[in-house]
Design a protein around this ligand. Structure first.
Ligand SMILES: C[S@@+](CC[C@H](N)C(=O)[O-])C[C@H]1O[C@@H](n2cnc3c(N)ncnc32)[C@H](O)[C@@H]1O
Length: 203
């Protein structure tokens, strides 16, 4: 992927430093991809300084590191220990601190946050052979877990950023969670699908 093209609308100084610190991820860790960059695009409209942020399914840590480098107090979670180790190594290279928690979505996370992020595994399929990308039969198993627990993980006036694909019928999904209002912060057409980043707030 052409990283400069993918990050065209972003603050390249931070992104370049983070990509450099991440280096080449191990094969099991999801590498920064189009969906990660769309999340970064949405995140770049958020003033980070002083926020508490939970980056769920952090992978290489790209999203959480982007928040932390701008002054947010960041917790990163993943079901994959290797991903947390990769994130911690990158944080160390950047000279920043993030708190890692090995967790199934929010299951082992205590506390409430100003902002919770999730770029979930969303590919539909009968089998989950790669937990970084496979999201169960309709692709929404992890997204539903996130949406179910999000209200109890947010501070008052907190919000969530969630990536959805047209493969997951985003309008239908969100209509099933009436406790949230939502705004589409960023969209991108890639190959056979459209990606969207939703900003979710409790009504
Ligand atoms: C599509 S990748 C996104 C990685 C990174 N946030 C990014 O944007 O590049 C999804 C991540 O969710 C993690 N994951 C999968 N199942 C999970 C679960 N049950 N709880 C927490 N994280 C999970 C995967 O290990 C993977 O790192």
């Amino acid at each position: 992927m052409n990283l400069l093209k993918a990050t065209a609308q972003l603050d390249k100084t931070h992104i370049k430093r983070i990509i450099h610190a991440i280096g080449t991820p191990s094969k099991t860790v999801y590498p920064p991809s189009e969906d990660s960059f769309l999340m970064l695009q949405a995140l770049s409209s958020v003033e980070m300084n002083g926020l508490t942020v939970c980056d769920v399914g952090t992978g290489t840590g790209i999203l959480g590191l982007f928040c932390a480098i701008q002054g947010a107090d960041v917790t990163v979670t993943d079901i994959d220990e290797t991903a947390l180790q990769a994130t911690l190594a990158a944080a160390k290279r950047l000279g920043i601190v993030v708190e890692p928690i090995l967790s199934d979505v929010f299951a082992s996370v205590n506390g409430r946050f100003d902002l919770a992020l999730f770029n979930p595994p969303y590919l539909p399929g009968k089998e989950v052979s790669d937990s970084a990308v496979d999201g169960g039969p309709d692709g929404l198993t992890l997204t539903r877990k996130f949406l179910k627990d999000l209200p109890s993980q947010l501070k008052e006036n907190g919000h969530g950023l969630l990536l959805l694909s047209s493969l997951n019928n985003p309008r239908k999904v969100i209509s099933q969670y009436r406790e949230f209002s939502f705004e589409v912060l960023a969209t991108k057409q890639i190959f056979f699908e459209e990606l969207q980043v939703l900003d979710l707030r409790l009504r």
